[in-house]
Design a protein around this ligand. Structure first.
Ligand code: FES
Length: 110
């Protein structure tokens, strides 16, 4: 047993796409960055807008509401509206399956 949940399969998410999944009451956004899978909380730290559907480019996601960029690996935001980092979640691939850690990793070192 571990703390990871199978949320989807790799083929379900094309590069540049993201999809929100629910893990223990938390909406988590799984993103495909050129074949690398990354997960952050699906809630912008600026004004709590969902990040799902935001444009993904160069490992960053743009919040659909005001456009703040967040690094999908570290959770760090850009600019004055992105001072508070996103929560990030661990991901592991088990064959074709994408598993997301249910405990949010702290981003204190981000
Ligand atoms: S709510 Fe995301 S940038 Fe403002």
């Amino acid at each position: 047993m571990d703390n990871f949940h199978h949320v989807m399969n790799a083929g379900d998410l094309e590069p540049g796409q993201s999809r929100a999944v629910e893990i223990e009451g938390v909406s988590v956004l799984v993103c495909n960055v050129k074949g690398e899978y990354l997960a952050v909380e699906n809630r912008c730290t600026h004004q709590n807008s969902a990040l799902e559907g935001g444009r993904i480019r160069n490992g960053m996601i743009a919040c659909p509401l005001h456009g703040v960029l967040f690094d999908l690996r570290s959770g760090c935001g850009r600019g004055p509206l992105g001072k508070v980092p996103l929560r990030t979640f661990d991901i592991k691939l088990v064959g074709d399956e994408i598993h997301v850690g249910k405990s949010a990793a702290a981003t204190a070192d981000a």
